[in-house]
Every structure is written in C-alpha cells, then in structure tokens.
Design a protein around this ligand. Structure first.
Ligand SMILES: NC(=O)C[C@H]([NH3+])C(=O)NS(=O)(=O)OC[C@H]1O[C@@H](n2cnc3c(N)ncnc32)[C@H](O)[C@@H]1O
Ligand SMILES: [Mg+2]
Length: 430
C-alpha cells in the first residue's frame, strides 16, 4: 500500500510503497544505503543484493542523485536514524533519471546555492527550516484564533506609508502613484475599530539598502491590532504569543531542530513574562558596557541590541524610545511626551529585533499635529485621520517579522534561509 515518510510509524513490519527522490546514497558490492526523501521527510532504504532481484540491485548501484522513483519495502524500527525507522527495500522503480544534479553533497558557496534556491530547497537542512517556518505559521493562527482575533487582510497596493517614505517600492496604479505595503498596520487599525481584535499575516516590502543577516526586501509580517488594549496589555499579549510559538516548535519539530543541530536549551526557558528595560536604562547599560558610540536620542544598531540582549536569558522588551526616532503614529507617554509608548522585542543570541509595536495616538488634534510635522498631506492619509473622528479608542498593535523569528528559533545565521525565495539587495532570482 502507498504511504509517505511522515506516516511510516503507522506501518512497522508492513510492506509499503513510497514515491520520492534519491537525496544521497552509498553502496558496496553487496549492499546499498539510499537516503530517500518524499517532501514529508527523509528515510534510509537498505538494499541487500541477496534479498532483491538483479534489476533492482543494479538500479540501486547506478541511480543518480535527485532521480525520482518508487520504492517498495518493509518498514522496520531503527534507533540510529533521526526518524527512528528505515525501510528494507524489496523493489525499486525509476520514474525519471536526474542527470548531473548541480547541488552535490560537497560544500557549495552561498551565491551558488542562492542561484539554485529552486533546487537547494530540497536539501535536508532547508527542508527542516521550512518545516519550522510552517510550524510558526500554524501556531500563529492557532494562538490568535484561540484568543478571539479575526484575520483581516490589508491591501498590498497602497497610497500611504506607515514606516516613513524612504523605503517604499513605487509603482503606477493606472494614472495614480501606489506603493507596495511596508506594513498593514494603518488598515489594521481601521479593522480593529470594526472587529476589536484583528491580525494580518502577509508579505511586506522595504526598499532598504541594507545588506545584513537580518534584512530582506520582501518579508512576512504578523500584525495584530487590538482596540481597548494599552501598551502594557500589548506587551503581555506579545510575550504570550512568542512563548506559544517557541514552545510549539519545541514540541512539534524535534527532528528538524536536531537536523539543524539547534541547542534547544536556549529556547526552553522562553516563557512569559519577558524582561522589560526602558530606552533610558538601555543607554545606561550600553555605556556601562563600554559603548561610547551612542547617546540618548539615537537609535540602536545591531551591536547595541546584541549587547543589551546579552544581559538577559530570554527575549527582552526595550520600551519608551524617544518620539523623534519613532513613527508618527506612536502615542507619547502622558507623563513624559518626549518618549512614546512603544517597545521593540529583542531576541537573544544576537538575532535582534523580532517585534516592533506601540500604542497608537487616538487623539484627533495630536494626530493632525503629527501630520503637519511629518508632512503627511493628501488623500492617501485622510481616511486614517477619520479613525480619530468617529469613536476613537485607546488601541495598540505590533508587527512580528516571521523570518527573523524563524532564524532565531532555528538558530541559523541569515534570514535568507528562513524564506523559500529570498529577495535581497541585488537578488531577484530565482
Ligand atoms: N503593526 C505594527 O505595529 C508594525 C509596524 N508598523 C512596523 O512595521 N514596525 S517595524 O518597522 O519595526 O517592523 C516590524 C518587524 O518586522 C521585521 N522587519 C522589519 N524590517 C525587516 C526587514 N527588512 N527584513 C526582515 N524583517 C524585517 C522586524 O522583525 C520588525 O520588528
Ligand atoms: Mg522596528
């Protein structure tokens, strides 16, 4: 009977058929070890010359990497395998021979692998990463559905920018100017006034000329928005959410985390509550640590975020940044208007900012004043102002970057491996 590798535990001792590809192999005169993959996982197929017909053993010896085939055999337990099972092969049937597959088991350079991303995705490590990404996505929907949030999808094409106008992708919308969305936030605020608690989950775009291990041009963001929740309510929700997804990956992705050699002890204590440090105290901490390249009023760079995070053993919120280095929509602290009710959540181990969020300005006059200060003129922003004209309420929200979060949980070096087809500075291929 036909099955898939992720289901072989249901068929121990039975003869089954798998459809898949040859990922790798090694053989001698009397036995061949085939590393098989079928998209759901990896399993070893053992072909013993004395136990199969001549055609099958000959095929086992000559089949090439990434050829597609049907494999029939008996599933047996195998403690040595990461999966815990292997197949004793009885029959092989070639579907399509792969000739000169470019990604061999030897080490390849990053640019070569990136140029072959459409094939590199098949490898064991990339498979593990995409399974972890999938689990973060699954757990995200589970968490917000359980919390009573409504999924609302903001537009990708828009006339307004939430995060400043320096990193926008411009396009024509018939005779009008439009931009690829940097953030769905402004629309999520409108949705929150209609549904209370909402979240979006989609691609966002930043024409940022940053070539770092944390920056993508196109990345996926989860953007919850909550009416009647203030800054602290939002932080509590954020730490519950991040804890939930980390614990879900630990529970459901043990094989993948092992494939990546991830030190999971660094994730086990990711449980709410997370520590909070104000921007003021973060500046003091950096000066104590010998950083003399940053003064109050300046934004943190990656080394600063890494140094701050090193003082904590779980993600840390940095709160109450100076208003002048943050977005126009952020609500000033009533007790100290030069800082705003915002927080960046900084992941440990040097992974930096994974969440940016804030309580929003809900007062019409103050928002009009911000419009003047930030030169937000024109019809593209009129609708957003109207949210403060008709039943405005305190509300907060945040954006979690999916790829930075996956990179942190998986323990990988660069966000480019946390998305199926990365868009980077000077990379639009494949
Ligand atoms: N609804 C909101 O309140 C979100 C808000 N408008 C916003 O876009 N905040 S953010 O610019 O800090 O971006 C949020 C997160 O989005 C991620 N992010 C932000 N920019 C990038 C790039 N370039 N590459 C990868 N990931 C990125 C990162 O984790 C940030 O913490
Ligand atoms: Mg940010």
């Amino acid at each position: 009977m036909k099955t898939t590798i992720d289901k072989v535990h249901e068929h121990v001792g039975e003869e089954v058929t798998l459809g898949g590809w040859l990922a790798n192999k090694r053989s001698s005169g009397k036995i061949a070890f085939l590393q098989l993959r079928d998209g759901t996982g990896f399993i070893q197929g053992v072909v013993v010359k004395a136990e199969v017909n001549e055609e099958t053993f000959e095929l086992a010896k000559r089949i090439t990497q990434e050829s597609s085939l049907y494999v029939t055999g008996t599933i047996v337990k195998d403690e040595r395998s990461p999966l815990g099972y292997e197949m004793h092969v009885k029959k092989l049937e070639l579907i399509h021979e792969a000739v000169d597959y470019p990604i061999t088991p030897k080490n390849h350079g990053t640019e070569f692998l990136m140029d072959h991303r459409h094939l590199w995705l098949r490898s064991r490590k990339q498979h593990a990463l995409m399974k972890i990404r999938n689990e973060v996505i699954r757990a995200t929907y589970e968490f917000f559905n359980e919390q009573g949030f409504i999924k609302v999808d903001p537009p990708i094409l828009t006339g307004a920018s939430a995060e400043g106008t320096t990193e926008l992708f411009h396009t024509k919308y018939f005779d009008e100017d439009a931009y690829l969305s940097q953030s769905g936030q402004l629309y999520m605020e409108a949705a929150a006034m209609a549904f209370g608690k909402v979240f979006s989950f989609g691609p966002t775009f930043r024409a940022e000329k940053s070539k770092t291990r944390r920056h993508l041009i196109e990345f996926w963001m989860i953007e919850p928005e909550m009416a009647f929740m203030d800054h602290e309510d939002s932080l509590e929700l954020q730490e519950q959410y991040v804890s939930y997804i980390v614990q879900s990956v630990l529970k459901n992705c043990q094989i993948e985390l092992k494939t990546l050699d991830r030190d999971t002890s660094k994730l086990e204590n990711v449980q709410a509550p997370f520590p909070r440090i104000t921007y003021d105290d973060a500046i003091k901490l950096l000066h104590e640590k010998g950083f003399d390249d940053i003064e109050w009023g300046e934004d943190f760079g990656a080394p600063h975020e890494t140094a701050i995070a090193e003082s904590f053993d779980k993600p840390v919120f940095i709160t109450h940044y100076p208003a002048k280095i943050k977005a126009f929509y952020m609500k000033p602290d009533p007790d100290r208007p030069e800082v705003v009710l915002c927080a960046d959540l900084i992941a440990p181990e040097g992974y930096g900012e994974i969440i940016g969020g804030s309580q929003r300005i809900d007062d019409l006059e103050l928002m009009e004043k911000r419009y003047e200060e930030h030169h937000l003129h024109g019809p593209a922003y009129e609708w957003y102002l109207e949210l403060r004209k008709y039943g405005s309420v305190p509300h907060s929200g945040f954006g979690l970057g999916l790829e930075r979060t996956v990179a942190w949980i998986a323990g990988i070096e660069h966000v480019r491996e946390a998305i199926p087809f990365p868009r980077l500075l000077n990379r639009l291929y494949p």
